[in-house]
Design a protein around this ligand. Sequence first.
Ligand code: FES
Length: 169
Amino acid sequence: MTETDKQHERVPPPETGNPSLGESTSLSRRRFLTYLLAITGAIGAGGLAAPLIRYAYPVEKTQVAFRQEVGTLSALEPLGEAIEFDYQSVPAALILLADGKPIALSRVCTHLGCIVGWEPDNDRFFCPCHAGVFSPEGEVLAGPPPRPLPQMNVIVEGDTVFVEGWMEA
Ligand code: FES
């Protein structure tokens, strides 16, 4: 045997006293890599699936309705002057209906967003932009507005009137 042959000759693994240990170590490594690959794949699949699941089952957005004091009942008369205020940056008005029930409405016209004004002499909300007319309850009476004025939940405690969130359309 030449010196080159000796260099290319395979050297057997050292005796360990346990002939199956070399194979066992190899299998463990292979199993470890398999697990690692499976875990990595699962994480990757989860990352891809999460947006699809969120799309299929969207989280309902809940708008926090906070309570805001608006005024007092004793300051109002049926179909009299309104108390104007802003609720969550939306111009709004509180009036008393003919039966004495308080109602709070957005003053943003449902046509193109102009600000409507309460006219106690005419018992109506009027939009100056395109002559939209709304009843005291916010229903469309005339003009181009496609929907009633949005209404708020009104809460009365003693003489104090609060609004808290918007009623379902
Ligand atoms: S914006 Fe009010 S009627 Fe057009």
